[in-house]
Design a binder for this molecule. Structure first.
Ligand SMILES: [Ca+2]
Length: 291
């Protein structure tokens, strides 16, 4: 192409009409990349990546490492009277389990009908309460026999579940935690979880530990330590060191249980072959957690 022709072509490329078209095309491409469809297809990015976390990182050590069923798609975990109780998910594979801590052996199991996707699990008096993801149904099991005693219904999705002295506490993947009447499943109050004013999305598995709510963040190796009164994050447990001990087949971190009698915290995840007992540094425990 001759030089004058090239200059002419360049001028036409830089014409205002072409520039406006190019800007619109760029904006449309950006919108597509950020669309909900795209978000659903891609692995979500953490809402609060490392540099954006404002509450302090709370130091802890790993005290023990126990075996965990690497086929368990863990959605809920709790500890009571020497055993772990676990809810596993996926349609057709969901279950309620009683698990021996030291061996990871499943000693009792109830398999859910295939239309249900098991989610959060809490202990309330003589009952185990298990959420389901999108069915709006919570099962109320006899703690000893795993017999379904009754069902509750709720609006929206069910993710994590735990309990304090008065309420069940439930997450649904948003920054909101719902405090629920265990007898009626009515929502009594909602708390928005924020880290210095920034909402924390994708709250998942929960555990009430010494006056605070510990919450997994879905697709993130951090656990938020939350004030039940205000929803403010008081600190973060960075569990990325645990992930480094896991094979590539291990899915997201998603299991927190607490042995109140012996003050032990247990952590595992979906398809994790290990369950970790951790201990928060003493000086942090004093300032963070009630007795
Ligand atoms: Ca739990």
């Amino acid at each position: 192409m001759a030089l004058p022709m090239r200059l002419k072509a360049l001028r036409s490329i830089l014409s205002p009409v072409f520039l406006i078209f190019a800007i619109c095309l760029y904006a449309a491409l950006c919108a597509m990349l950020n669309s909900p469809l795209r978000a659903a297809q891609a692995a979500p990015q953490p809402l609060l990546p490392g540099s954006c976390r404002l509450a302090p990182r709370v130091p802890f050590t790993v005290v023990h490492k126990y075996p965990h069923d690497p086929g368990a798609f863990t959605e809920g975990l709790l500890y009571a009277n020497g055993f772990l109780y676990e809810s596993t998910g996926l349609n057709g594979e969901s279950s309620l389990r009683k698990v021996e801590l030291k061996t990871g052996r499943v000693v009792q199991e109830y398999k859910l009908p295939s239309q249900y996707f098991g989610e959060g699990l809490a202990l309330w008096r003589g009952s185990l309460i298990q959420l389901t993801w999108k069915s709006g149904t919570a099962f109320d099991y006899d703690r000893q026999s795993f017999e379904v005693k009754s069902r509750f219904h709720y609006r929206g999705e069910g993710w994590g579940l735990t309990e304090d002295k008065n309420s069940l506490i439930m997450s649904n993947g948003s920054p909101e935690l719902a405090f629920i009447d265990p007898k009626t499943f009515e929502v009594k109050r909602l708390v928005q979880v924020c880290d210095m004013g920034k909402p924390v999305m994708r709250l998942n598995e929960l555990e009430y530990i010494r006056g605070k709510i510990f919450a997994n963040v879905w697709h993130d190796d951090h656990i938020a330590i939350i004030s039940p009164q205000t929803g403010e994050v008081a600190g973060w447990l960075d569990c990325s060191a645990l992930r480094r001990q896991l094979p590539p087949s291990a899915e997201v971190l998603n299991g927190i249980a607490y042995d109140a009698k012996n003050d032990r915290i247990f952590i595992t995840g979906k398809l994790w072959p290990s369950l970790f007992e951790i201990s928060i540094a003493k000086n942090w425990k004093k300032s963070f957690l009630s007795h």
